[in-house]
Every structure is written in structure tokens, then in C-alpha cells.
Design a protein around this ligand. Sequence first.
Ligand code: A3P
Length: 300
Amino acid sequence: MDTPQQEEDKISLPPQAKWWVDGQRSRYKGFWFKPEFITASEAIRAHYKPLPSDIILASFPKTGTTWLKALTSSILRHSSTTHSDHDHLDHLNPHEVVPFLEIEVFGENPSKEITEISSPRVFNTHLPLSFLPETVKTSGCRVIYITRHPADTFVSLWHLYNNKFGTEISIREAFDEFCKGLVPAGPYFEHVLEFWEARDRVLFVTYEDLKAKPEENVRKIAEFLGCKTMVEKVVKDCSFENLRNTSKERGEGVHWSGTKYDMFFRKGVVGDWKNHLTQEMMKELEDLADLKWRGSGLDL
Ligand code: A3P
């Protein structure tokens, strides 16, 4: 049950916001989402009972969600200790293998029966930690959060929106809105901070570290999931090139969000922001991070 403050918090997005070419957004508990995701989060809090064996992959959009889904499925598939028939990445997009809690699981049917799903159940979410049931922190389920530098996250999001909707949101306008948090699942800084503050229970992975040391990170994720896996094979099967090629071979598949599957694979590099943002814009992000993350131990 929401408090009056939370009810009041369901505020519609200011009309000048440029990102929302695909419909209405509302603010709930300080975060911007499509109203149906807010409704789904209520269903998740009411009906989702995490099992100790559940695995939840959490992320802000465009921080490496698809990659983390692929890696986790592949780790489980090639595990000598856990049986899972989860990974079919040779012909499926990672988004078809791991469902979103707020979409495929509880978005379509708020009281969906999920006890039949074989263990370990793997779910994904873009919802902040505060939108999930408290039992996510106490049930012993495993939460992995992937994050990425906000500059590359922003650039990736900007490209996706322009591509998907055939728009050209000016980069300056889009950037200002990103900094104000007026983006899907925004604000970015608060989203990261919520999971960071729960890092005694959440495994934190960064896109940049995953790029620099994929084997080490895959080993770390596998250990966190309590399994041994074929590290080199997992890294190779989930490489940007491999996943993109599978997606291309598959043709014109479209994800529930209206995103074509191959749009999840654009450049896959660290530092593309340098081709799009000025040093002043980067400084703005650094100042924001300093303001919002001060004292938390997080920095850019
Ligand atoms: P770019 O747009 O910078 O290329 P998400 O999955 O959260 O939507 O994030 C998408 C971003 O992750 C895109 O970044 C995409 O190219 C990148 N990506 C997807 N799969 C990847 C992989 N296997 N390795 C590295 N980057 C990957």
C-alpha cells in the first residue's frame, strides 16, 4: 500500500521532455517510468516471492543488460554444478532467454503463477531496488547489478532512441534531460546508488571492468552463483561479435519494447562518448556524480 506521499509522487512528465516519443511517463518514488511499469512493480511487490535459488539481473537501461543476460545464461548452461537448460544463445537473443520481471513475468499478468519455472529462475529488471519486494534482500536470492559510465550509457540511449523512433533528439537537449533524470528508469545516479548501498548482498559489475577483464568477471559471477563454469567458452560465446552475428542471422526479430533485436548491439566499446560529448558535458556529469554520490564510495 502506498503512502499519500508515494501516491502524490505519481507525477506526469513535464510536456517539454523530449525522450518520450513513445508515450506517457510518470514519476514514482522519484523515478521515471511508463505507467504500466509502475503498475507492474506494484504486482511484483504483491506477488513475487523470491526463492533462495532465484537470480535477478538488475540494470539501468543501456549499461550492458543484454550482455549480462547472455553471460549468466551461458554460465549456468556450462556449469558443472548447476543444471540449467536456460541458454539457447545460438539461436535466441538474450532477451528471449531471460524475462523482465516488470514485463513478461508480472507485466502481462499481475498474478502470474511462476512456481512452475525450473530452478534456478533467472529474471531481469530495470526497476530500482526500492521498487522490488523487501524479501529480495532477505530471501537469499542472488542479485547482480551491472552499471556503466553515465557518459557511454547516455550516448547508447540517445542512439537507441534516435534509431528506434527515427527521431533526432538534439544531443544537448537529450543530455540536459539525462542530467535531470528525465530518461527511462531515471535518474541514473540514484538508480546506481540504490543497488550500491545494498552491495553486501548485491554483486556489482561494471561494463568497463567486464570489457577489460572478461574472464575474471565471469569467474566472479559464476562464484557468486555458486557454480563452476567453462570461463573461456562463456566469454567467447557472449562476445559482442558472436551475439550480434546470431542476431543478424536471425533477421528482423522485434523485442517487446519495439526494439529490433539487432539494435541491442551497436558498437560495444568503452569511451564512445568522446565522439559525441564535449569536455564541458563530461565535467557536468562528473560534478553531478560528485554531488549525488558524495560519501557513498562511488565515483566516476
Ligand atoms: P553501445 O550502444 O554503446 O554499443 P543494454 O543491453 O543494457 O541495452 O546495453 C546495450 C549496450 O551494450 C550497447 O552499447 C551494446 O552495443 C552493448 N553490448 C551488447 N552486447 C554486448 C557484448 N556482448 N559485449 C559488449 N557490449 C555489448
